[in-house]
Design a protein. Sequence first.
Length: 378
Amino acid sequence: MKVSVPKESAPGETRVAIVPEVVKKLTAGGIDVVVEPGAGASAHVLDAALEQAGARLEVGGGFSGDVVAKVAPPSAEEIGRMRQGQALVGFLQPLTNGEVAQSLASAGVTAFAMEAIPRITRAQSMDALSSQATVAGYRAALIAAQELGRFFPMLTTAAGTIRPAKVLVLGAGVAGLQAIATAKRLGAVVSAFDVRSAVKEQIESLGARFVELDFGLEDAEDAGGYARALTDEEQQRQREALADVIAQMDVVISTAAVPGRRAPLLVIEDAVKRMPAGSVVVDLAAETGGNCELTESGQTVVRHEVKIVGPENLAATMPDHASQLYAKNIQSLLGLMVDDEGGLKLDFEDEVIAGACITRDGEIVHEGAKAAAGAPAA
Ligand code: NAD
């Protein structure tokens, strides 16, 4: 089987789906790896290193494999370069990008979305949502520290004592927990809130305080381990309860998300107004509508003397390690798609392969992607 890796074409996408270490592992397993020259340049994955590890560099070869490995969803032009029966692995935004799913189905591509890999123990090494959220959470804490005109740690100096910054992290999933750990390492006093009460222990084990909000919600974890969407009334009560907590903070890092939906609105304008002048909000949910009412996606704005940062594709701001982790996720997934002789073998009885597949034989086969594409669900 041949795996090919194109250069990413989406604006601002600096990551790449392969690194030399993974080339070595794949070629040792009898898989040919073909890479578009320069594909890894922005992640400092050099052509020479890929070649030395056993990859073949081929101009225009990025879409030539039995399996194409990508990071960002393919553009229409890229889908046009794919052929019937070819497999694609990458972030495909199945729950929100119906157009991509429809085009891939029409092109006869067998597409596997990294987002749709079941989050079961066996598939942990393939969990690209987690690996990339780890990067984003770390980066968010650094942005907050950078944008704040104050120290994070407590300092006792001859010129006086500086009190530590107070940081609130909203949403303690993978990104939120990493933001908590990073802000703690920088010396801030960190507290955090999530609607899933299971994370209380995880927050506390990182040395942060779990904020107990009294708004009548027991636990909002669904059967899949994700948060369920709150009702309008629950959300309203949550926003009001949070406003009193936010008013005390120097920094809010918000990461709350519900898969396939607009990000929950948690930080209302009144809460921002009550924050001390010079405070910072870093809204990791900017791209899905924002957790803060005043966020502008891709922008940094100042409102009521508070800086509100709405970063997009944060993982791409740290492409070297983001690509290293992602390539490893791809390697693990490919491990399920290959037989003992290195041939392509797609076993749709395997719940990981079946769960991740969004298009096959000209059809959209993933229920969430069907809904996003407006196709009738089975
Ligand atoms: P996510 O990005 O979907 O959401 C981020 C966080 O926002 C979640 O913790 C969610 O509970 C929280 N949230 C949603 N609505 C909120 C609201 N109104 N107020 C406050 N917080 C809100 O989540 P994720 O980081 O992708 O992880 C979600 C779950 O998946 C977690 O339970 C995580 O432990 C689990 N997980 C399991 C595995 C595995 O077993 N293989 C791997 C990774 C993650």
